[in-house]
Design a binder for this molecule. Structure first.
Ligand code: NAD
Ligand code: UDP
Length: 312
């Protein structure tokens, strides 16, 4: 297959490029390098089956491809809130452009959606049939609503134009190649702990998430892309199912580092979801997918990456 990976120089995108190449596919990596980095893909740059295209998904592009993985979009609240209008454009116009391309060249397209489509959920854990509880006008809305429109576009292109779509609702994923300044919780906590700085806990730290290690996430995305039953266009949660609080995350990290870290409390950002856990029954039943790497193992590998990156 010739696969287009938008956002391919980012955290998840670069791991996806690696895996597609390992599986013998040709990869076109498209990125505007907003939050991504050439460093994430520099080991791929000389390969004949790999190409980097510096492009913004907000602008149309014509390429001959069989598969499209649409990952282009800043994922950390810190970055997607820098220019919220651009974030909406990236999700809405970017997805429109990629769907237009998929329709034209008859490619299968997978959209990187998010657990944020559930907002601050009033159902727990979150199954794909839950419609969510999203503030349309808050500081997270540019991301959450942008991704919800992207899901609507995917589904309407499927219904109206028979485009072969896949929608992955990705839950908090972490691992090597998260940027040092990414701003999401796992990289923040590890970088702070390794630098002997106090860990910034937002709010009282009792809010929960379920984390997924990057290798498992990529396996899930590929399993969904390969899945070919009549219900393949329906959204599928891909994420960890072990729920833990941010306070507990600090404890696990301290156990791995073999020393306690001091913490400092910061205000809880507006609309920060209180509780979140992936219900992955659909992924298990349809794709045969389950996470295989536990939190301690995944965090240990991620700590090793940041030690090397920071030189500490
Ligand atoms: P990331 O910020 O590391 O990667 C995003 C990539 O998209 C970057 O390389 C960035 O430069 C690129 N990009 C941004 N805007 C672009 C544009 N307009 N045109 C072209 N490229 C653009 O984040 P990530 O964690 O790798 O996330 C990848 C995708 O997965 C995103 O769509 C994100 O919403 C989704 N997702 C990730 C998580 C997670 O926990 N990692 C959770 C839910 C959803
Ligand atoms: N968080 C925190 N300290 C940080 C960064 C994040 O306590 O330095 C909290 C944040 O308030 C949220 C959780 O960690 O409750 C996960 O945040 P992240 O931005 O990683 O992901 P999201 O909120 O989008 O799930």
């Amino acid at each position: 297959m010739r696969a287009l990976v938008t956002g391919g120089a980012g955290f998840l995108g670069s791991h996806l490029c690696d895996r597609l190449l390992q599986e013998g596919h040709e990869v076109l990596c498209l990125d505007n390098l907003f939050t991504g980095s050439k460093r994430n893909i520099e080991h791929l740059l000389g390969l004949p089956s790999f190409e980097l295209i510096r492009h913004d998904v907000v602008e149309p592009i014509l390429l001959e491809v069989d598969w499209i993985f649409n990952l282009a979009c800043p994922a950390s609240p810190v970055h997607y809130q820098v220019n919220p209008v651009k974030t909406v454009k990236t999700s809405v116009m970017g997805t429109l452009n990629m769907l237009g391309l998929a329709k034209r060249v008859k490619a299968r397209i997978l959209q990187a959606s998010t657990s944020e489509v559930y907002g601050d959920p009033s159902e727990h854990p979150q199954t794909e049939t839950y419609w969510g509880n999203v503030n349309p006008i808050g500081p997270r809305s540019c991301y959450d609503e942008g991704k919800r429109v992207a899901e609507t576009l995917m589904t309407d292109y499927h219904r109206q134009n028979a485009v072969d779509v896949r929608v992955a609702r990705i839950f908090n994923t972490y691992g090597p190649r998260m940027a040092v300044g990414d701003g999401r919780v796992v990289s923040n906590f590890i970088v702070q702990a390794l630098n002997h700085e106090p860990i910034t806990l937002y709010g009282d730290g009792t809010q929960t998430r379920s984390f997924c290690y990057v290798d498992d996430q990529i396996s899930g995305l590929l399993a969904l892309m390969h899945y070919d039953k009549p219900d393949a266009h329906e959204p599928v949660n891909i994420g960890g199912s072990e729920e833990l609080s941010m306070l507990r995350l600090v404890e696990v990290l301290s156990e791995i580092l073999g020393r306690p870290s001091s913490t400092v409390h910061r205000p809880l950002p507006k609309d920060d979801p209180v509780r979140r856990r992936a219900d992955t029954t659909r992924a298990r039943e349809r794709l045969g997918w389950e996470p295989t790497i536990g939190l301690k193992e995944g965090l240990t590998r991620t700590v090793a990456y940041f030690r090397e990156t920071l030189g500490v």
